[in-house]
Design a protein around this ligand. Structure first.
Ligand code: DX5
Ligand code: ZN
Length: 223
């Protein structure tokens, strides 16, 4: 499956953001990863609906909206989701997962189910037909700069196998958390194809964003 990049804007410096977005466009980045955090589902606050509205004025790159919020079903109408964008909801954050995924689809976006590291894949058993992607958290959500939870590599492989068994080999697998080039090689081998790029890969002092994007793609292309 082809490699898709989704830079995590929570890791991008706010000053020069429009220039950073131009570099993303020049590098044909597939998505912009937007971590929406409510301080309840995760112990952090991040990005709201106004930020998303303003971001759309700065860039046409499709959004990959990661809802780390309690009861997302109560808040979906606060957002203007666009056709072809990913919207991920955590299976742990709602009692009504299937209905919430269906509503995301009804709004024209691509529904994605997100799982924290300890959440079993069995949570997807009855929604394989309702999703276009799975977001495997490879760290515990809420903060950048964390270290990969090692057992999540096996979870990526298991998720891919279950998707194939459910006759959904087309489902994309996104990984989010400590996606360094070194970790990405293992994640790709396990079946990931969308990579959330944050402080582990993209926003580092020693590399320009241009070089980091190019190096990352080359690393995976050489597999
Ligand atoms: C974690 C966030 C991410 C990511 C940031 O909740 O969703 O955006 O971890 O990237 P790293 O882990 O490389 O700093
Ligand atoms: Zn995220």
């Amino acid at each position: 499956m082809n490699v898709k990049l989704s830079p995590s804007l929570m890791c991008a410096n706010i000053e020069g953001l429009s220039n950073t977005l131009k570099i993303f466009e020049q590098n044909n980045v597939e998505y912009l990863h937007i971590d929406v955090m409510d301080g309840v589902f995760v112990p952090n606050l991040q990005f709201g609906t106004d930020y998303i509205k303003q971001l759309r004025r700065l860039s046409h790159i499709p959004l990959d909206i990661h809802l780390m919020i309690e009861r997302p079903e109560d808040k979906l109408d606060w957002f203007d989701f666009h056709e072809g964008e990913y919207v991920s909801v955590h299976v742990e954050s709602t009692r009504h997962l299937q209905r919430t995924l269906q509503r995301i689809k009804d709004k024209g976006a691509k529904p994605m189910a997100a799982l924290n590291p300890a959440t079993p894949l069995s949570a997807l058993d009855w929604v394989w037909g309702d999703i276009d992607g799975v977001l495997i958290m490879t760290v515990n959500p809420g903060y950048s700069g964390q270290t990969l939870v090692p057992q999540t590599l096996q979870k990526i492989a298991e998720c891919k196998a279950r998707a194939i068994a459910a006759d959904r080999a087309d489902i994309e697998t996104e990984v989010d958390g400590n996606v360094s080039p070194e970790n990405a090689v293992k994640m790709a081998a396990a079946g990931a194809n969308i990579y959330v790029l944050g402080s582990s890969c993209l926003f580092r002092k020693e590399l320009t964003i241009d070089d980091a994007l190019r190096t990352f793609r080359q690393t995976l292309r050489s597999l």
